[in-house]
Design a protein around this ligand. Structure first.
Ligand code: NAD
Length: 300
């Protein structure tokens, strides 16, 4: 199979694919017009989140049979259009769940104990012990929106690690028993949670799902974390919510535009940002690579 790797995957995966006899070309960072020109030479394209496989690329890929997204969200691929052209679209859904869940919990700890701000203050030569009084996660209420793989893993860490009372909202999930999650409606979750963590996909329905109306319902001392997809949280509304004390703090790993335009949000002490690193662990990358190799090995 002639394979184009257009976003970075591990070298071991590339070598394994070559050893299996595939013709592998690694060309990352291709501008879209360049990709449109070269795609005709390939049967398969492997992407992460950077490469956009839109209609024009699919139309130009006359020999394309398989599109593989190393990772979970396939919002950078026109999946239905690809399918209509008999092109299979695969992803590696389970590979990064643990890493993303750990990041979400990490953000909760970081927000609760002002880790990033305290570190910055120390590096400026200050010793602001009184300023950094925080709070525990222990026995607090954790609200999970989206009870899929990552949401449940986050619930598991919260429940078993911090004895948290876990609430969950997911219109497609009626029960989660291990860890025990109390299924509630969205309003109840917003009103009762001390920590709200988003683990749902970006769709037409979930775009700007967390906006001013939702912030107004949240507890004033609550924290919001999103390691899901940019666009689910309305960033302008978040800025207002943080400035006006509607919630106590927020952390985002994902943004409406990536990289984001550095606006006022990035000047706030109660806002923490990471550059879409949910799956950026050695373990997740290795699992993603292994899954990509097995998808291609099993492809008929
Ligand atoms: P999943 O498909 O296993 O779970 C998503 C859940 O969201 C499903 O249970 C679904 O029923 C639920 N859902 C759908 N619409 C909803 C709505 N309107 N309200 C509430 N719940 C809704 O996916 P996953 O593997 O758990 O991934 C969750 C999110 O994390 C995705 O957006 C994915 O793109 C993102 N993600 C981010 C990173 C990162 O680097 N930050 C890495 C991997 C995945």
């Amino acid at each position: 199979m002639r394979i184009l790797v257009s976003d970075k995957i591990s070298e071991s995966a590339v070598n394994k694919l070559k050893n299996l006899g595939h013709d592998v070309t690694v060309k990352t960072g291709l501008p879209p017009e360049e990709l449109e020109k070269v795609i005709v030479d390939f049967d398969c394209i492997i992407v992460r989140s950077a490469t956009k496989v839109r209609k024009n690329i699919i139309d130009a890929g006359k020999n394309l049979k398989l599109i593989i997204r190393g990772g979970v969200g396939v919002d950078n691929i026109d999946v239905e259009y690809a399918k209509s052209k008999n092109i299979e679209v695969r992803n590696t859904p389970a590979a990064s769940s643990e890493s993303v869940a750990e990041l979400a919990i990490g953000h909760m700890l970081s927000l609760s104990r002002s880790l990033t701000v305290a570190d910055k203050s120390m590096k400026e030569g200050k010793w602001e012990k009184k300023k950094f009084q925080g709070n525990e996660l222990y026995k607090k209420t954790l609200g999970i929106i989206g009870l899929g793989r990552i949401g449940r893993e986050t619930a598991r860490i919260g429940f078993y690690g911090f004895d948290m009372n876990v609430l969950g909202y997911d219109p497609y999930v009626k029960e989660v028993s291990k860890p025990p999650v109390k299924i509630v409606d969205l309003d109840t979750l917003l009103k009762e949670s001390d920590y709200i963590s988003l683990h749902l996909p970006l769709t037409e329905e979930t775009k700007n799902m967390i906006s001013t109306e939702q912030f107004k319902k949240m507890k004033k001392n609550s924290f919001l974390v999103s390691c899901a997809r940019g666009g689910i949280v309305d960033e302008n509304a978040l800025l207002d919510a943080l400035k006006n004390g509607l919630i106590r703090g927020a952390a985002l790993d994902v943004f409406q535009t990536e990289p984001p335009v550095a606006g006022e949000l990035f000047t706030l002490e109660n806002f923490v940002a990471t550059p879409h690193i949910g799956a950026q662990t050695f373990e997740a990358q290795e699992r993603i690579a292994e899954e990509i190799v097995s998808i291609i090995s099993e492809y008929k």
